[in-house]
Write a protein that binds this ligand. Sequence first.
Ligand SMILES: C[S@@+](CC[C@H](N)C(=O)[O-])C[C@H]1O[C@@H](n2cnc3c(N)ncnc32)[C@H](O)[C@@H]1O
Ligand SMILES: [Zn+2]
Length: 384
Amino acid sequence: VSLKLIQIVEGETKFYVPASSLIKKEPDTYPVFFNPAAKINRDISIALTRVIGGRTYCDALAGLGARGIRISNEASSNMEVSLNDFNSNAISLAKKNAKINSVIQRCRITQEEANQFLYSRFGRDEKFDFIDIDPFGTPVPYLQAAIVATSDGGVISVTATDTAVLCGVYPLVSLRRYGSVSARSDFRHETAIRILLNFCARTAAMSDAGIEAIAAHSTRHYIRIYIRIRRSAQNANNSIKSFGYVTHCSICSENSVSTIFKERCNRCGSKVGSAGPLWTGAITDQSLILRAKDICDKMNFKEGAGLLASLNGVNEHYPFSYSLEEICSRLKLPSVSFEIVKDRLSSLGFMCMKQPFEKSGIKTNASYDDLMAVVNSIQNNRDR
Ligand SMILES: C[S@@+](CC[C@H](N)C(=O)[O-])C[C@H]1O[C@@H](n2cnc3c(N)ncnc32)[C@H](O)[C@@H]1O
Ligand SMILES: [Zn+2]
């Protein structure tokens, strides 16, 4: 195929990419796909791979090799990186890109269907320490194979771009694809991340493995998770204990978390429906994300550093958040700043942080009523 290429630099790595991918709003999937906007996603991969380490990395849906070649060039010179894609145009470009960065000796480049490639490790000792799954759309068809091909204690990173499904626009598609009902709310991206984590834990459990969540983010049109695989029936059982439901009442705005599906709101009794089952457990490995944040700072990955910093403390909070805009509009009050609400909540002994998975929102252990009272008192003081 004739394709106009252009050389770019991302991080410390050079690539030939289709010239059209730099000008189009949505890059073409054919003859070969490249998305310059996914730099932040790849930056975080590099920082986390540097802190997690490992001997082998597998970029199972590698495209022209942007992630895998950057891992080889920027994360570790001791890692063997496998790059795989079933598209021959992608593979010839990945080879060219590995050569111009002088990492071709450390890279294994193959042209296979991803499941076939990963399942070839089934029942064999030779596994990967890190596997990345970055498909078009849902990652569901690749996760069982990725889990089978990951070493005990190894890590899988997963991108999902079917966010409308996971964020409650198509709850029944979510049910058939992920086995969990999605729901619209002011924290819908967090719900999406937790549904994907639940799916991974359930899929791992089928192979007698548990998962630990390392990091997650919601950026642009996709969500992304990093999980560690821990083999043993005991670990699988422990993971399953993290399954639950979150309920958002669209009438009174109260949220709750429970081990069972709810049909009535705790606070106002309105008819509701929970989202789930979903992962209600820890969503990050606190010490790893802080170390990865330091690496982002050192490598001048500003957005990545900001994103990892925003996750700090998230495990101390409920798996949902409230919206200050929504509260102000309900109370018919002008908008109020997060910082002022934060100070007031702290002085009352409540915890709070910015919701890291949404454009705005507040995570707190205060109830919706407490939060409304705080917003009300701030606005009343202002009038006086
Ligand atoms: C979103 S792109 C990957 C982008 C790449 N990770 C990056 O950072 O630039 C998805 C890639 O998966 C490949 N692909 C899709 N389905 C596949 C399958 N079943 N087996 C192997 N490759 C597949 C496509 O050819 C495409 O290159
Ligand atoms: Zn209610």
